[in-house]
Design a protein around this ligand. Structure first.
Ligand SMILES: *Cc1c(COP(=O)(O)O)cnc(C)c1O
Length: 386
């Protein structure tokens, strides 16, 4: 690995924080339910291969991706763990998907027929995770088409029903579980219907992070944990529900894995009354010491953070001044003595006693922590640290 002194920005992934989060889920699940981790969207911005590597170190049994390319990247990098492809595969790439060895989601008869032809042509048997619609009304087979899809699977000797799954619509955004409980009931009904058609030996999985944390009755045979493996709560509501139910002491159950760092590339003193950045949206009200950072919205530092976020320098908070540009951002270090060229700056994560959380950046950018993380640009180097 190149020394980080030669970098203008990089991310550090904490191996111990990741292990801590996985062991939290192991305790939560007990021996009955298995763990799958969701590494789609470049491992929620943490890096696909870096996250998969951490998952492997912790003995996680299954990796969930969204695209065929992600599955192929994992295979190409030597990951032989079971991979579940959650997203759609172009029908023209069914053969490639069959050869990838990944388990594939099924929800549509035409798609399944194409997959059977492709699997037959390659001589492979492909594991299918049938996704049933329980109320999210996104990807998934409607209950009234389930029978027809199962008939088709019965007539598809190269496809094996490995699992039945579904996904909650309203579990992060509320403290009221009523809608989720309806989905749980419909999922159970679908499981029973599949058994009635004579299928056996298939797994059931339903829970993502929030359901896994809050509702043990959703664990079934496996849970699919995304955001929480990276040390973030799915939402304020999830955190609040957990704290209310299980009391204090829950604060440190999850530890953020990622720290995004950069270096100061210029320091200058500018007079009172100077404008900073595009659009002249900030004017200094005193003689100010400004530091320039070589990062911007093309790296995933949201433009909404203009004139609102702060970063950490020498363990102190320095406000962003003016607009975040494509590749450059200015911060105010007037009140932080002793800052030097190429000093390290934390954009997201901890430095000393201070923290800039993805939750806080999300609030300021008018979005959710998932988006802040998943839009961190793939070109930023990721390194795993102890
Ligand atoms: C993204 C995703 C998950 C993970 O959700 P988190 O809230 O990040 O835990 C689980 N299941 C499916 C089907 C998903 O698409």
């Amino acid at each position: 690995m190149e020394p980080m002194t030669a970098r203008h920005q990089w991310m550090e992934l904490s191996r111990s924080a990741y292990a801590h989060n996985i062991s939290f889920f192991r305790r939560l699940l007990g021996p009955r339910a298995a763990l799958a981790v969701v590494v789609k969207a470049n491992g929620y911005g943490h890096g696909l291969l870096e996250t998969a590597g951490l998952a492997r170190e912790n003995g996680v049994g299954m990796l969930c991706v969204h695209t065929l390319d992600e599955a192929l990247t994992l295979r190409g990098a030597g990951f032989t763990e079971p991979v579940l492809l959650l997203g759609p595969v172009p029908i023209a790439r069914s053969g490639e998907a069959a050869l990838s060895g990944a388990a594939l989601v099924a929800y549509d008869e035409e798609q399944v027929a194409a997959l059977e032809r492709a699997a037959a042509a390659t001589g492979r048997t492909v594991d299918i995770h049938l996704k049933v619609e329980t109320g999210t009304h996104r990807q998934g087979v409607m209950p009234e088409r389930l029978g027809a899809l199962l008939d088709l699977l019965n007539r598809s000797p190269h496809l094996r029903l490995a699992a039945l799954y579904s996904h909650f619509a309203n579990i992060e955004d509320t403290t009221d579980p009523a809608y989720a409980l309806g989905q749980l009931r419909r999922f159970r009904e679908a499981c029973a219907a599949v058994e009635q058609q004579g299928f056996t030996g298939f797994e059931r999985h339903l829970a993502s992070s929030a359901a896994a944390i809050l509702f043990p009755e959703t664990h079934f045979d496996r849970v699919r944990v995304g955001i929480a493996q990276y040390g973030l709560w799915p939402s304020k509501e999830t955190r609040l529900s957990y704290l209310t139910r299980y009391g204090a002491g829950a604060e440190h159950l999850l530890r953020p894995v990622l720290c995004w760092k950069t270096r100061i590339v210029q320091i200058k003193d500018i007079p009172s009354g100077s404008f900073i950045g595009y659009g002249c949206t900030y004017q200094t009200t005193r003689t100010s010491r400004i530091a320039i950072l070589p990062i911007g919205y093309s790296d995933g530092y949201d433009r909404q953070l203009s004139n609102s976020a702060h970063v950490l320098v020498k363990g102190q908070r320095a406000p962003v001044r003016g607009r975040v540009a494509m590749n450059l951002t200015a911060i105010d270090i007037t009140d932080i003595p002793g800052v030097e060229l190429e000093d390290e700056v934390v954009l997201l994560g901890r430095q000393g006693e201070q923290e800039v959380s993805a939750d806080r950046l999300a609030e300021m950018a008018g979005t959710i922590n998932y988006e802040i993380l998943s839009r961190l640009a793939p070109h930023i180097p990721r390194i795993v640290v102890p």
